[in-house]
Write a new protein. Sequence first.
Length: 248
Amino acid sequence: MCLILLAHSVSPNFPLILLANRDEDHARPTAAAHFWPDEKEVLAGRDLVANGTWLGINRTGRWAAVSNLRCFTSHITDQKSRGHLVKDFLTTMSPVGSFVTQQRNNGYQYNGYNLLLGQIDLSRPEVVYLTNAKSQAVNLPPGIYGLSNHTLGTDESRVIKGKCQLKSMLKKEHIEEKQLLDIMKQLDDDTESSIFVANSDYGTRSTTLILVKRDGSTLLMERTYYSTNGATPDKDSDVTFQFRIRPR
């Protein structure tokens, strides 16, 4: 399970607010968000098994986040890692539309996925939802979106809860970054409605926030959670990066 929340061109001050929980096996080796040595434009965490990522942004304002898809008809062990969808988008120079068309044609190479991706352009931002469930791609108008492990628009309780709380947060005069992160730390006795997942072997490994201001100033904060059973720090830890998007 994962949860992605997106405010696209809703706040007058922040054209992009992206929040995501990464839920994964606690023992899977992972690097926290950093600028990649081999792809210096890319800021993202890294899956050290398949070498991809679940969410990231680059210095020219391309961003993407992925979740797996429960309703996919089959799961094949030798498919490409879904984390390469995010990695490939962040490292390519091709237009958003060209990348989306290519991935629609190649959807069979991956197990089921949801992909949110976009290009920050202060005059005409692009946001696309792509899934290989029905080889579907949708250009998203401004709004607040939530996505977990079913297709966009599915009324999952954790998605509804997260969207409502993000909407309430945007009504405040000042948006506090740590309050946004706290939205993603909420536990519920019902696993299906819990935003945060806490199990012994599998659960929420990290929360990532991307905030982009009107002038292109960008903040990425990532909180990695401690687990007694996994490749995690010995306590919860935060990393923060700030940079200004460079025009293409």
